[in-house]
Each structure stands twice: as structure tokens, then as C-alpha cells.
Design a protein around this ligand. Structure first.
Ligand SMILES: Nc1ncnc2c1ncn2[C@@H]1O[C@H](COP(=O)(O)OP(=O)(O)OP(=O)(O)O)[C@@H](O)[C@H]1O
Length: 283
């Protein structure tokens, strides 16, 4: 392959709105931009890692897509609608960076995950059998089936992260934005999460995952975007993004060929049995 990684590897489909579209976008807090002049188009069904060093702007980028940070310039669309204009909010799921599930009100795992389902079914009406099944399925998927009735506050930090992943999954979103979903999660449960994400990805859900450790999800995430000082420095195959977990922002598109076959090449055993990428004509 020749040319700039930004140029050809992710052609847009003119007849289908991107799941995420940023054009000349600046995102920040107050009137101070953190992310600046970013162009990014993520097609429906893609699975994208957002890499970069601490403070580079990854979380701000993700929060901008959710209306939790301000769009200060340019265009940002999510599932075809400008940020904040999407009517059915349940179509976008979010796992925030820091867990805040242990509030003043004691809530069980099932209740917290049930809140995720509310985003889809709305506040009115009783939960249906399908709602209850979706909640139970999401809890089981993250390996917490035996903790359903336990107060979330009694769970470990890593288990609470998995509760938040389940909360997002319960809404069966079309776009799932996750900020460090594997942080503090042990190796076995990272495998569980990778398997779950492979499944939702195979079902067509678009994934955008901010992470410092793409390794565990390398079989799921195929494309990487590297943020450095609020700008995108690399956009291309994850396998060619280099050993970016911590110092991602220091690499540039020109480095990609040199780094082929390094850190993220290894495909994880749990993904080898199913063709998670083979849809929509993607590799
Ligand atoms: N709520 C906020 N108000 C003002 N500035 C903020 C806020 N949140 C983050 N920032 C600033 O934005 C910059 C980027 O932060 P951000 O959290 O987006 O980085 P990150 O790449 O996700 O970092 P990390 O890898 O440490 O999570 C930092 O300089 C930070 O101080």
C-alpha cells in the first residue's frame, strides 16, 4: 500500500452517514479547546481504538461525541445527527472513564444495569420480559451473573467497570463509546470483555474505545486513531500503529511501515475461532 494512511484505507460510503463524523472539529471546556481541528470519519460497524498519551485529549474527544464536552468549532455528527440532536439517546452507549456507580443510593448490579436499559425503553412503562432478558444477558456477558443482586458498592473496582460495560450493553446501542473499559480488569476478565465486544462488533455495533492497552482488544479493534496534543497524528490499521499504549502520540504516519508486525500484530486466541471483522466488506 502506498500513500498516506489517512488517505485511502477508510473510504467513506457516500450513501450511508458515518457513525461518527468530525470535520475541522474543536472540542473543549468553557471556551478553551483541547481537541483541535480534527477530521475523523468512522463508518457504521467499524471498531476503532483511540490511543495517545495522558492528557492528549482522548477523553475530551469521546466526551465531545456525547455532548459532555463542548464543540467549539467545526462539525461533529453522531449517527448522522449533530451532537445533542439525536432523538433516541439509547442508540449511543457510553462507558465513562472513572466509575461513579457508588453513589449515596445503594443500588444492586441489576438496578445499575437496568438504568442502561432505560435509555432504550424510556422512563415510562414497566420493563418488559425483553428488557429484563437484555439486562440479565448483559450482566452474564461481563461475567457477573452470580453478583446480580449484590450492591454495586460491594464489588471491586474492576468488577464495577464491568458493571458499567454491562449497563452500556443493556441498551443494545448502535454506537458504543468506551473510555478505558479494561482498566483495572484482570487478564481473564479482559478476555471476557474482548469476547463480548467481538460479539457486539460482529453484530454490527460501531465501537470507539479509548485505551492505553489495546493489546487485549487487538482482535476486535482494527483501526487506531492516535491523539497527540489534541490533534490526530495517526489514523490507520491498529496493527501498524506501533507500541502506542503509553507514548502513542510520538509516532507519525510515516512510522507505520517500520512498525509493521510489532506490538499489536499478535491476534488473541479468543478471537481466532470467529471472523469478527468479515462484514460490510471490511478486512
Ligand atoms: N472538565 C475539564 N475542564 C477543563 N479541562 C479539562 C477537563 N477535562 C480534561 N481537561 C483537560 O483537557 C486535557 C486533555 O484531557 P483528557 O482527559 O481529554 O486527556 P486523555 O488523553 O483522555 O488523558 P488520560 O490518558 O490521562 O485519560 C488535559 O489538559 C486536561 O487537563
Amino acid at each position: 500500500m502506498t500513500g498516506h494512511p489517512l488517505a485511502e484505507q477508510h473510504p467513506t460510503e457516500p450513501d450511508r452517514a458515518p457513525a461518527i463524523g468530525l470535520r475541522g472539529a474543536s472540542i473543549g471546556y468553557g471556551d478553551v479547546p483541547v481537541v483541535q481541528d480534527v477530521d475523523l470519519s468512522v463508518r457504521p460497524g467499524e471498531a476503532v481504538a483511540v490511543l495517545g498519551s495522558n492528557g492528549s485529549g482522548k477523553t475530551t474527544l469521546a466526551r465531545g461525541l456525547l455532548g459532555l464536552a463542548s464543540v467549539l468549532g467545526g462539525d461533529v455528527t453522531v449517527l448522522g445527527a449533530p451532537v445533542g440532536r439525536l432523538r433516541e439517546r439509547g442508540r449511543v452507549g457510553y462507558v465513562p472513564q472513572r466509575h461513579t456507580v457508588t453513589g449515596a443510593v445503594p443500588a444492586t448490579v441489576r438496578e445499575v444495569v437496568g438504568v442502561g436499559r432505560l435509555a432504550r425503553r424510556g422512563l415510562l412503562g414497566r420493563p418488559t420480559a425483553a428488557d429484563r432478558a437484555a439486562v440479565a444477558e448483559a450482566i452474564a456477558a461481563v461475567g457477573l451473573g452470580d453478583r446480580e443482586r449484590d450492591p454495586v458498592a460491594s464489588l471491586s473496582g474492576g468488577q464495577q467497570r464491568r458493571v458499567l460495560v454491562a449497563r452500556a450493553l443493556a441498551a443494545e446501542p448502535e454506537l458504543l463509546i468506551m473510555d478505558e473499559p479494561t482498566a483495572g480488569v484482570d487478564a481473564a476478565n479482559q478476555e471476557t470483555l474482548a469476547r463480548v465486544l467481538a460479539e457486539v462488533s460482529a453484530a454490527g455495533t460501531t465501537l470507539l474505545v479509548v485505551t492505553h492497552e489495546a493489546g487485549p482488544l487487538a482482535g476486535v479493534l482494527t483501526r487506531a486513531v492516535v491523539v497527540d496534543h489534541g490533534r490526530i497524528r495517526y489514523d490507520g490499521p491498529l496493527a501498524e500503529a506501533g507500541p502506542l499504549a503509553g507514548d502513542a502520540g510520538h509516532h507519525h504516519p510515516g512510522d507505520a511501515e517500520d512498525r509493521r508486525g510489532t506490538a499489536y500484530r499478535q491476534h488473541q486466541p479468543w478471537t481466532s475461532s470467529r471472523p469478527v471483522h468479515a462484514r460490510d466488506g471490511e478486512q
